[in-house]
Design a protein around this ligand. Structure first.
Ligand code: 13P
Ligand code: SF4
Length: 448
């Protein structure tokens, strides 16, 4: 029998990896969604169909997704301490020639080696801010490494320690399906470059940062823009100034939650299912649409429910519930606040001691925050320990391997975005960087 809420001994273990090992060994109470997570990710490099253990294990992986070749035996067999020493030694030898970046959702055993930790946007900026580093080792997922390659100089090599670290949500919108959607929208709306009386085209494509460079290139070529979870509203405002409606991909939840907060009625947000003609919507629905939502989602954030929030409130009176906007709309509506990983971190940093937080985002970040802020009580809304399948693919064994290869003068697992895609993708990113929130209305003078 498993116990639903993580026990104190699991919270005290801090590291998600250690928690999972304790649970699967029967040494601690609690539950994990996949006991295979206790194994090294190299167990899944060959022969595994799908994303491997973790929250995306039920998702269909596209044919031809990057696979990781075998990790040399010495790294698979090294213990935690040996890997730690080898990584430290390689980093010391490389000095400023290498920059190691770690996304908030990485395991603690990787984060301890990161020169900079942050959300996907902050990490892209960190890559941009270190043009002197010859190599950027990106401990995150594939689209993040691509974005770092777009924003870094041509001389710099961006390295993804495990090529199987993709993103199931990003994979839900591929370039050919989006091109096909665009052609069908042209049938519905006519010339997609023609402007109306107020100078707006029929539809502006907006892609979430969590998408391939090819899709960022697509939106760049079609007058569109990239957004992150922290600037989605500003970006939608930018898009509504230029278009009658928006095609938003790949995350339906971020699109819906953001547009709803801006006052767009749900009935004006039809879904685009790429497996159905015209996305499964009628011409009238598409005509009325303000935001067309691609049928994509994040399997980490889909695990959070309204019931979990009700339970947290019943068991922890006064709890503050904060969720990521990739969560389904009813969960965002039931929470006290929703925001990007950086928003969540800052909210916890700003809270008075003794605060209680229930968090709806990836477990590695939540468990790390709980350990870093012992003055608060912080727990994950989901009682089952279920990390992101693809973030989990990065392990100190791969980090030691890519760093020691660099010491030996070899670059492995380089991520390069071809020039034909890179130029329009950069344009879409630059539009995002230039987009500013509308100036707030002037405040009335005192006494007016
Ligand atoms: P941010 O780090 O941009 O908040 O995105 C969360 C996420 O799902 C990353 O994969
Ligand atoms: Fe992709 Fe979700 Fe994992 Fe982020 S947390 S990498 S969006 S599957």
């Amino acid at each position: 029998m498993t116990i639903a809420l993580p026990a104190d001994d699991i919270r005290a273990a801090a590291s998600v990896d250690r928690s999972i090992r304790l649970i699967t060994a029967g040494a601690a109470s609690g539950q994990t969604c996949a006991p295979e997570l206790a194994k090294g990710p190299w167990e899944f490099d060959a022969g595994t169909v799908g994303y491997g253990p973790g929250s995306s294990m039920g998702d269909v992986i596209p044919a031809g997704s990057p696979r990781q070749g075998a990790l040399p035996r010495e790294y698979r067999e090294a213990g935690d301490d040996e890997l730690r020493q080898r990584i430290r030694a390689a980093k010391a030898t490389l000095g400023d020639r290498v920059l190691v970046l770690g996304h908030f959702y990485q395991r603690d055993e990787v984060i301890e080696h990161a020169d900079f930790t942050g959300d996907s946007f902050q990490l892209a900026n960190a890559a941009k801010g270190r043009p002197d580093a010859e190599a950027i080792v990106f401990c995150g997922v594939h689209f993040m490494a691509e974005t770092a390659d777009l924003l870094s100089t041509a001389r710099q090599a961006v390295i993804l320690p495990n090529l199987a670290a993709g993103c199931s949500m990003a994979d839900m919108a591929d370039e050919s399906s989006v091109e096909e959607c665009w052609e069908q929208l042209e049938e519905v709306y006519g010339d997609l470059t023609a402007t109306d009386a107020s100078g707006r085209v029929p539809v502006i494509p907006v892609t979430y940062m969590n998408s391939s460079a090819a899709l960022k290139g697509f939106v760049g070529r079609h007058g569109g823009i990239v957004c992150t979870s922290s600037n989605a509203r500003t970006v939608l405002e930018w898009a509504f100034e230029r278009g009658q409606r928006v095609l938003f991909f790949p995350d339906q939840h971020l699109g819906r939650n953001t547009a709803k907060a801006m006052g767009v009625p749900l009935e004006r947000m039809p879904m685009w299912n790429p497996r159905r003609a015209f996305g499964g919507s009628t011409p009238a629905e598409l005509d009325e649409a303000r935001v067309i939502l691609w049928h994509g989602f994040c399997s980490v954030h889909k695990r959070f429910t309204v019931d979990q929030i009700a339970r947290a409130r019943a068991e922890h009176p006064g709890v503050t519930v904060i969720v990521h906007p990739e969560c389904p709309m009813p969960v965002v509506d039931a929470a006290d606040a929703a925001g990007s990983t950086d928003f969540i971190v800052k909210a916890i940093q700003a809270a008075p001691p003794g605060s209680t937080f229930a968090i709806g985002t990836e477990i590695n970040l939540v468990q790390r925050l709980a350990a870093e802020y012992p003055q608060h009580s912080i727990f994950c809304l989901d009682p089952v320990v279920c990390p992101c399948s693809t973030m989990y693919r990065i392990h100190p064994g791969y980090l030691a391997w890519v760093l020691e290869e660099l010491v030996a003068g070899r670059i492995v697992n380089r991520i390069t975005v071809p020039d034909t895609v890179a130029d329009p993708a950069r344009l879409a990113l630059e539009r995002m960087l230039a987009a500013k929130p509308p100036a707030s209305p002037p405040t009335a003078p005192a006494g007016a």
